[in-house]
Design a protein around this ligand. Structure first.
Ligand SMILES: Nc1ncnc2c1ncn2[C@@H]1O[C@H](COP(=O)(O)OP(=O)(O)OP(=O)(O)O)[C@@H](O)[C@H]1O
Ligand SMILES: [Mg+2]
Ligand SMILES: [Zn+2]
Length: 554
């Protein structure tokens, strides 16, 4: 059976681990001197050797004939660990065993002396995934560790580890590996595999891997699937967009303000098991590349991608205005910070992309700059306060504040004239006179509204259908009036979620499940709330409109 390269070439001794001397040399020295800690923490970027070094260390402390701090690989202990017949070395994936019971069990078990080895070693991988209770249980063990037990904790996200745990571990930081070192190791492995890999191709692979040896080996695997003689052309063909096409699609969605498209890409990635924080990082790095291409004469040397991908980036960079890119970078940064503070990652990334697709719902500075930029392009005179006639707007301005999607929620600007606020009317039909009439009917509905007592229960029920809208509407109120459920939320983001017909369906279903009735949906806007709901930029857009330019928001 074919074994992927990165598994087959997992180093078995410290000497084969590249690019991490601050870890390997230190550990080797300490082991040679007979100094063994009871808890180690390995942290740093993915694919740089944390799990690998944890396994080597587990062997090295137990090896019967260690050499310079490295395991011999031949004694019965080394062989037993390798073939999995020795039970004293336990690997735990904290991502799937993150409960307090898992750690309690481990504590009980740790009290027994090892069966054959000198130390019982627990490798807890992805340790940041432990629950708060599990961390507490682990802390108790770390405070008074049995003499024959060693813990090796590994994680990419050290900021999520409680300080009480950190202070009891000897910490090692794994760095991104330099491209030259990766390239040399790739050439060695290719040689051992009986294939050829030229120097330039090795460097290109190394740059694409961005410091992670595992990624470099996966890419090499893809290349070897095409040819045993790996050249730059082979790398370019094999890596292609290297599964990064979704970043282009997300950028297009943001540029075209198409939140449905963005959410569907996110959904695809989530189903494929992609970590949402990682997706944020990759999207940021894609935007950064677009920014460099737009602002520098020659950004090629700074962007580690294949030539064909670079060409595609150049094309995309032409179509995306700089304020859109900056808004994107800003929003991703915020989203990442919140994710690391423990907010639900999927909800967070969905919210972030909604803000990017509907900048009028985001009151951050970057969003405002983006909207002003778009308005200026369409109506420079109106924006600067003049009402002089303005020439027609450029035909293909990409960031014009005209959402592509119809709007379901009646808003003062949005809904055409009807006796009651209808759902799902095409947005582009909106005109100020008509808007005024429908705004009135929204107010009328609000006047006769009765509080909907079951609303908290409905929001709770909503979780089964969509965690995102459930989170967005948590803590809001709702009223019933004339076949409508009117939702009272100051958070325009929440309403924007309901633009998605699937989200609207979820909401209706949850309401029906709790109340037994089918309702239409609308915002709760009593008369006195109408004025304060006005957005200064919308007013500005209206001024532009009066100047004879078609700027219709929603
Ligand atoms: N420093 C390194 N030297 C040599 N090979 C490496 C190194 N780092 C990673 N590799 C290769 O990549 C594979 C994966 O590495 P490893 O599992 O140790 O990464 P990790 O840091 O634990 O990543 P993750 O955070 O994703 O768990 C190894 O099997 C090995 O082939
Ligand atoms: Mg690992
Ligand atoms: Zn040995």
């Amino acid at each position: 059976m074919y074994q992927v390269l990165y598994r087959k070439w997992r180093p078995q001794v410290f000497a084969d681990v590249i690019g991490q001397p601050q870890v390997t040399k230190t550990l080797q020295n300490e082991l040679t001197a007979g100094r063994v800690a009871h808890a180690y923490l390995f942290t740093g970027c993915r694919g740089t050797g944390k799990t690998t070094c944890a396994k080597i260390l587990a062997k090295a402390v137990n090896c019967l004939h260690p050499k310079d701090g490295d395991p011999c690989g031949e004694c019965e202990i080394c062989r037993g660990v390798q073939d999995g017949s020795i039970m004293d070395i336990v690997e735990i994936d904290a991502a799937s065993n993150n409960g307090v019971d898992n750690i309690r069990m481990l504590r009980e078990e740790a009290n027994f002396t090892p069966a054959v080895a000198k130390y019982r070693v627990y490798i807890i991988d992805e340790v940041h995934m432990l629950s708060a209770g599990a961390f507490n249980a682990l802390l108790k063990t770390l405070e008074e560790p049995p003499a024959h037990v060693i813990f090796i904790l590994a994680t990419t996200e050290v900021q999520k580890i409680p300080a009480t745990i950190l202070s009891r571990c000897q910490r090692f930081d794994f760095h991104r590996i330099a491209p030259e070192e990766i390239a040399a190791r790739l050439r060695y492995i290719a040689g051992q595999e009986g294939a050829s890999l030229d120097e330039e191709a090795a460097m290109l692979l190394a740059r694409l891997a961005d410091g992670a040896m595992r990624d470099a080996l996966s890419l090499l695997d893809q290349c070897l699937g095409r040819s045993r003689d790996v050249t730059v052309e082979v790398v370019n063909a094999a890596a292609g967009l290297a599964g990064r096409e979704h970043l282009f699609r997300l950028t297009d969605a943001v540029k075209e303000q198409d939140s449905a498209a963005a959410l569907s890409v996110i959904d695809e990635m989530h189903k494929a098991g992609k970590d949402m924080a990682r997706l944020c990082e990759e999207f940021s790095s894609h935007l950064r590349s677009l920014m460099l291409i737009k602002t520098m004469k020659d950004a090629r040397p700074l962007i580690a991608v294949t030539n064909s991908e670079y060409e595609q980036m150049e094309k995309q960079a032409l179509t995306v205005p700089l304020p859109v890119i900056l808004h994107g970078l800003d929003t991703m940064q915020d989203a990442l910070e919140r994710m690391y503070r423990g907010v639900d990652r999927r909800t967070e990334i969905e919210m972030a992309f909604l803000k990017l697709c509907c900048p009028e719902l985001d009151d951050s500075k970057a969003a405002l700059l983006r909207r002003i930029g778009a308005l200026e392009k369409r109506a420079p005179a109106a924006v600067s306060g003049l009402t002089a006639p303005v020439s027609q707007p450029e035909p293909q301005v990409q960031t014009a504040p005209v959402p592509v999607k119809p709007v379901s929620i009646p808003t003062p600007q949005a809904t055409p004239e009807t006796s009651s606020p209808p759902e799902e009317q095409p947005a582009s039909a909106a005109k100020p006179t008509k808007a005024a009439a429908s705004a009135k009917s929204v107010v009328e509905l609000a006047e006769n509204a009765q509080p909907l007592a079951e609303w908290p229960e409905i929001v709770q029920t909503l979780k089964q259908y969509s965690r995102t809208i459930a989170a967005a509407f948590r803590g809001t109120k709702a009223y019933v009036s004339g076949g409508y459920v009117l939702i009272d939320s100051g958070n325009e983001m929440a309403f924007s979620l309901l633009r998605e017909s699937s989200q609207r369906d979820s909401m209706r279903r949850a309401i029906q499940q709790v109340t037994g009735k089918v309702y239409k949906l609308g915002p709760y806007r009593p008369a006195d709330k109408q004025e304060q709901a006005r957005d200064p930029l919308k007013l500005m857009a209206e001024r532009a409109e009066k100047a004879g330019i078609d700027v219709v928001e929603e």
